[in-house]
Design a protein around this ligand. Structure first.
Ligand SMILES: NC(=O)c1ccc[n+]([C@@H]2O[C@H](COP(=O)([O-])OP(=O)(O)OC[C@H]3O[C@@H](n4cnc5c(N)ncnc54)[C@H](O)[C@@H]3O)[C@@H](O)[C@H]2O)c1
Length: 284
């Protein structure tokens, strides 16, 4: 989708961090942006920010773990705008920063319900609208560099597993939708300034082990994702990167190109294992 002006976008998790950055970037391209978030007041804040800059936006409440809530959101957006050209399935959580031993089943369930099934449900809810707009239609899911690299040094196993799954799902989606001329991309950010651990704690429902979650976000230096806040990318910089990649219909959208070396190292490790297997086959 090359021409974004006048088109309609939905951004889940748009009330904060990267979602806000994407929403601002899309609004700057003269898109109408539906800011969809579990926390309606945050979504309203971002919509107001966009309106204040002369853009077009409105806020909607949605819980991406609920197909019913997403259906209602899709209807609301269709009623307000008539259709959806761009879906950014961005809402995500970081439930736990601890060793695998200390990950509870609720940590796994909460993480996968938002980061994987939440994306799957979001796409399912908005795909009928997107199909009506094709070929002016594009989907961006938000995974992470942690969806390509499991060796970042942070103890976030459930998160990494969910993001690997998100990358795999999105790659399949791109293959399936190419014939319908719907573009699909996966955003794999490095560290971006946001409130991920805090919102993940605050938003965590009872059913997903609210009680089991730590009461206090760790101090910086003890495992907080904002550990690298000093060097992290401002969320506003993500918007133009996403816009650029949508126009070029790139699959992976990277915010930190310097991470290429680490990914290449991973591919070399995979290649080495293939070589090992090939030698084993040769030997019979
Ligand atoms: N910040 C980073 O360094 C970083 C790096 C890589 C990937 N990501 C990914 O970027 C995405 C955005 O995260 P962020 O860092 O901007 O964090 P954030 O917490 O600032 O934003 C996430 C937003 O999603 C919303 N949300 C959470 N659960 C929801 C649900 N069930 N339904 C609807 N909305 C929900 C939150 O209310 C919040 O507004 C996530 O998918 C995250 O995994 C972040």
């Amino acid at each position: 989708m090359k021409d974004l002006a006048g088109k309609v976008a939905v951004v889940t998790g748009g009330g904060s961090g990267i979602g806000r950055g994407i929403a601002l970037g899309l609004a700057a391209e003269s898109m109408t942006v539906a800011i969809a978030d579990l926390r309606l007041e945050s979504a309203e804040g971002v919509a107001a920010e966009i309106l204040g800059r002369g853009g077009r936006a409105f806020a909607i409440a949605v819980d991406v773990t609920s197909a019913e809530s997403l259906e209602m959101a899709a209807k609301q957006v269709a009623a307000e705008t008539g259709g959806v050209n761009l879906l950014c399935a961005n809402a995500g959580v970081l439930a736990r920063m601890a060793s695998l031993d200390d990950h509870t089943m609720e940590d796994w369930e909460y993480t996968l319900s938002v980061n994987l099934l939440g994306v799957v449900k979001t796409v399912a809810a908005f795909l009928p609208s997107l199909r009506k707009c094709a070929p002016d239609a594009h989907i961006v899911t938000t995974a992470s560099l942690g969806g390509l690299l499991a060796t970042g040094g942070l103890p976030i196993s459930a998160y990494v597993a969910s993001k690997y799954a998100c990358v795999g799902y999105t790659e399949m989606l791109r293959g399936e939708l190419v014939a319908e001329q719907i573009g699909v991309s996966v955003l794999c950010p490095g560290v971006v300034a946001s409130d991920l651990m805090n919102t993940s704690l605050k938003n965590r429902p009872e059913g997903f082990g609210r009680q089991a979650a730590p009461d206090v976000v760790p101090e910086r230096g003890e495992g907080d994702t904002s550990v690298v806040a000093d060097t992290s990318m401002p969320a506003e910089e993500v918007g133009p990167i996403v816009v650029n990649a949508i126009r070029a219909n790139r699959f992976h959208i990277f915010t930190h190109p310097e991470a290429a070396m680490a990914v290449e190292k991973r591919f070399r490790r995979i290649s080495a294992d293939f070589e090992f297997a090939a030698k084993a086959v040769e030997k019979g």
